[in-house]
Design a protein around this ligand. Structure first.
Ligand SMILES: O=C(O)c1ccccc1NCC(=O)[C@H](O)[C@H](O)COP(=O)(O)O
Length: 231
């Protein structure tokens, strides 16, 4: 069994179709500033999407791409996700953030993105694993956003070592789509796989929309690979 995590959902209908297509985790941007403007989701829409996730037992994820901890806590308390995902350029969750999250937002789990640029990612991952609930290994460091949404893969040997070293679930991200998700799962044997760019349409005005047939193919291929290796 492998979890399929799909970003970046921007409206309710897309969320429903993405879950129908097989997603186990739904990720979105609840911030009203920063990040990729076209990915921001208003709070009332986040509420509707997360209620649907809860009804179906799908995990709801809120990504934080900023560095203002007070703003993050305001948003986390407002939208109450299952998992908060820290991927900002200038902020990494530390032990005090994790302790505060457990105290002020009981039940919300913590996922820290790990930039896989070179082998130093392994030591960083080991450090984060001491207080996080999940790691998300990812590529790129986009200007004004943070780790991720690059559409680029990285050296999966590093991810494999991270998966074999830490004792918390690891989700692999970075350039994954229907074309390479099977290889990724067979090489790394992760807890989960994530996709944004290769399962989305991107229009000239910057607006994005999930490509539902691609989401379905991604999920089906991921399940097939996991089954073949007995994951
Ligand atoms: O969803 C966003 O708008 C976003 C913006 C900046 C960084 C990450 C973002 N999304 C979350 C993710 O972690 C992506 O799903 C992940 O980076 C994979 O992206 P891709 O390589 O495009 O599949």
């Amino acid at each position: 069994m492998v979890k399929k995590q799909i970003y970046s959902i921007v409206n309710y209908n897309e969320a429903v179709q993405t879950m129908d297509a097989g997603a186990d985790h739904i990720g979105l941007v609840p911030m009203q500033t920063g990040g990729i403007p076209a990915h921001r989701v208003p709070f009332d829409v986040v509420d509707k999407i997360y209620a649907e996730c809860k009804r179906r037992g799908v995990k709801s994820i809120a990504i934080m791409l900023n560095k203002d901890v007070e703003e993050m806590f305001f948003i986390i308390k407002r939208v109450n996700p299952d998992i908060v995902h820290i991927a900002g350029m200038d902020y990494t969750a530390d032990k005090s953030f994790a302790d505060r999250l457990r105290k002020e937002c009981p039940g919300v789990e913590l996922m820290q993105a790990v930039l896989v640029d070179d082998e130093s990612a392994i030591e960083r991952a080991k450090g984060y694993a001491e207080y996080c609930d999940y790691l998300l290994t990812d590529s790129g460091l986009a200007k004004d956003t943070g780790i991720g949404a690059s559409g680029q893969t990285h050296d999966w040997n590093i991810d494999r070592t991270i998966v074999e070293t830490v004792n918390i679930p690891v989700i692999i991200a970075g350039g994954l789509g229907p074309d390479n998700v099977e290889d990724c799962i067979k090489q790394i044997k992760p807890f989960g796989v994530d996709s944004l760019t290769k399962t989305s349409y991107k229009f000239e005005d910057g607006v994005t929309e999930k490509n539902i047939p691609k989401v379905r193919e991604f999920c089906e291929r991921a399940d097939k690979a996991a089954k073949e290796i007995g994951l």
